[in-house]
Each structure stands twice: as structure tokens, then as C-alpha cells.
Design a binder for this molecule. Structure first.
Ligand SMILES: [Zn+2]
Length: 212
């Protein structure tokens, strides 16, 4: 266990991959706003444009964080160092152009990893506990039950604001209420590392929990 001043408190970071889009991302933001909580969004660069820019602005207004989930969302483990760098830089640049923030974390698409990726990408890699929420046969109720069953202090929870993924929107009331009832404070990924007193800049590592 950690030895910080915050050891009497439990923290968790909800994260959402594969946006931004015009159908699901706004509904996720509605839920976060309704419950007064924040999350981190790992964006796909090629989906960021003038149509989705207001979504990024709203994410920041709500205190959420915007992170990097590559430009094309391919399996990057077969990519060269140059291709990898292009994916990361292009995504960072459009986010900077649109909303003047720079991502501090990277989530590899499909959690595909390679030594070249670890070498080429100068951002901490983030994974997370998952509730199979990319699988349309997993109901909203099951998604919430899996998260609440598995979650522990310092966890990152991997969810998807993937287009069409209404079951995750419908799971959020139960997930957020359940986490609060279990004594968790919901924070962004960068805040999670800060509050748990952990430096995320560890080479060749992908994080699911800040304590392990
Ligand atoms: Zn993804």
C-alpha cells in the first residue's frame, strides 16, 4: 500500500476511449455533469474536426482531461518508429490546435504493444480494468456489475464512448453511484497519479493501477 497523506481516501479514474463523436460522447458528458464527476477521454485524432471541436471544449469546461489514443486507431505493434511518432504527434497537434492542451498520457489501440512503441512514445502508457464494454452483447447492467465488482483503490477504469455504444451510457448511473457509495472519489488520470503520489513516467510500463 502507499504511504501518502491520502491513504484514508480511495481514488479511481474513469476513462473513455474512441471518441469524439456526435452521438455517444455528448451523452457521456451529460452523465458526468449530472453526477458532478470528471473523467479522462482518450481521443482518436482522425475524429477531431470542426464538428467535434465543441465536444472537446465541453470536456475541458467540465474539468475532464483529453489524452492521446493515436490518429488512426490501428494495431501499432507492427509500426516503425517513424509511423508511431507520426500517429502520436499528429493527434497531439490537432488537439493543441483545437483546444490548446497537450495530452499527457497515451492509450495504445487494442492495447497492442511493442518495444518500438515504448521507445518512440514519450508519454506514460495507460490500460485499465475493463468490463467488456465494446461487446454489444454485454448489457448495461452487466457492465456496471463488472466494474463495481473488480474496482480497487488507484484503479483506472477503461470504458468506451465509441459511436453507438449506448449500453455504456446506460451503465454510468449505476457505476458512478456505486463508486461513490463504496467511498471512491472520481478523478482524472493525472490527478490519480498526483493524489496517490506515484510518478507515471516509468519506461516500458503500462498502468492499470497506480499502486502496481
Ligand atoms: Zn480504442
Amino acid at each position: 500500500m502507499n504511504d501518502s497523506n491520502n491513504k484514508d481516501k480511495k481514488y479511481v479514474a474513469l476513462t473513455f476511449d474512441d471518441g469524439p463523436n456526435l452521438d455517444i460522447t455528448p451523452l457521456v458528458l451529460d452523465k458526468l455533469e449530472e453526477h458532478g464527476v470528471v473523467a479522462s477521454f482518450f481521443l482518436i485524432g482522425k475524429f477531431i474536426n470542426n464538428d467535434t471541436k465543441p465536444i472537446l471544449e465541453r470536456q475541458l469546461q467540465l474539468g475532464c482531461e483529453i489524452e492521446n489514443h493515436s490518429w488512426n486507431h490501428n494495431h501499432m505493434d507492427k509500426y516503425s518508429a517513424q509511423e508511431i511518432t507520426d500517429e502520436i504527434n499528429r493527434t497531439n497537434e490537432i488537439i493543441r490546435d483545437m483546444v490548446e492542451v497537450t495530452p499527457q498520457f497515451f492509450r495504445p489501440p487494442y492495447i497492442s504493444l511493442s518495444p518500438t512503441m515504448y521507445e518512440a512514445i514519450d508519454l506514460p502508457f495507460i490500460c485499465g480494468i475493463n468490463c467488456l464494454d465494446w461487446d454489444p452483447t454485454v448489457s448495461a447492467k452487466e457492465r456496471a456489475e463488472i466494474v463495481l465488482r473488480d474496482v480497487k483503490d488507484g484503479d483506472i477504469v477503461l470504458l468506451h464512448d465509441l459511436t453507438g455504444n449506448k449500453n455504456t451510457v446506460d451503465a454510468l448511473d449505476e457505476i458512478i453511484k456505486g463508486l461513490k457509495e463504496d467511498g471512491f472519489t472520481l478523478v482524472t488520470v493525472s490527478k490519480l497519479f498526483e493524489l496517490t503520489g506515484v510518478n507515471p513516467k516509468v519506461k516500458n510500463k503500462i498502468w492499470t493501477n497506480t499502486y502496481s
